[in-house]
Design a protein around this ligand. Structure first.
Ligand code: C5P
Length: 240
């Protein structure tokens, strides 16, 4: 199985690392969070607010019906699996605050996780050169036999700083070079902590490191250093 699984909490650098590792190896990149976000976006835009108030969970059957009808899917282009809703790329729309606020509740619904997992496994089968997949449960549930598993962490404040720098800084700027308002940093740290708590305490496929994952604390690493570590692991496990 040519899969590299990269898991970790929100804004730990999983997707940037996974994308760069995939480019270096000539493999494809699949961001599983993008699929949960695309489902959330589709539900927000196409379903009535759930019975019980705007913050109540949607019914799994309704969201699944929508996912099949619209459809919500991943499309492979230039070795990157990108989310589409009704034939339209939603790469930017899925990063909006309204999606981020609702995605963890949707991702806690077992039938929706099953649907997302099927999409991921089909995508990987369709790309035999290899796929770098990032998320929360890739090494524990989706690809438990992945030969390389990495669990990325970083301090909550560093993750919040990176997230804000990503929004406010020029592309390619290291997070620590961007000036950040302390009040905004506190707000973002709290929001990330709430999402991590929801992801780590749900009964189904909670966020946690697989027993055989390599733990990589990236608080003091640059993106290049993180990428180099994962590529080195990959070259050990997939020589040639
Ligand atoms: O990775 P990202 O932060 O974009 O993921 C958005 C949300 O999707 C996470 O907070 C989590 O609730 C959910 N998710 C998940 N399992 C994955 C990937 C993402 O539950 N494998």
């Amino acid at each position: 199985m040519r899969v590299i699984a990269i898991d970790g909490p929100a804004a730990s650098g999983k997707s940037s690392t996974a994308a760069a590792v995939a480019r270096r190896l000539g493999w494809a990149h699949l961001d599983s969070g993008a699929l949960y976000r695309a489902l959330t976006l589709a539900a927000l835009d196409h379903l009535e607010p759930p019975a019980g108030g705007a913050d109540a969970p949607w019914s799994a059957a309704q969201v699944l019906g929508l996912a099949e009808d619209l459809p919500v899917r991943l499309v492979l282009a230039a070795d990157v699996f990108r989310p589409e809703v009704a034939g339209v790329g939603v790469e930017d729309a899925i990063r909006s605050e309204r999606v981020t606020r609702r995605v963890s509740a949707l991702a806690a619904i077992p039938a929706l996780r099953h649907w997302v997992n099927v999409q991921q496994r089909e995508a990987a089968l369709g790309h035999p050169q290899g796929v770098v997949v990032d998320g929360r449960d890739i090494g524990t549930v989706v690809f438990p036999d992945a030969p390389v598993k990495v669990f990325l962490t970083a301090s909550p404040e560093e993750r919040a700083r990176r997230r804000l720098a990503q929004r406010g800084g020029a592309a390619g700027t290291e997070a620590r070079e961007v000036a950040i308002d302390p009040a905004e940093l506190r707000r973002e740290t709290t929001a990330l902590a709430a999402r991590d708590h929801a992801d780590a305490t749900r009964p189904v496929a909670p966020l946690r490191a697989a027993a055989d994952a390599v733990l990589l604390d990236t608080t003091r690493l640059s993106l290049d250093e993180q990428v180099a570590r994962v590529v080195a692991l990959a070259r050990e496990r997939f020589p040639g």
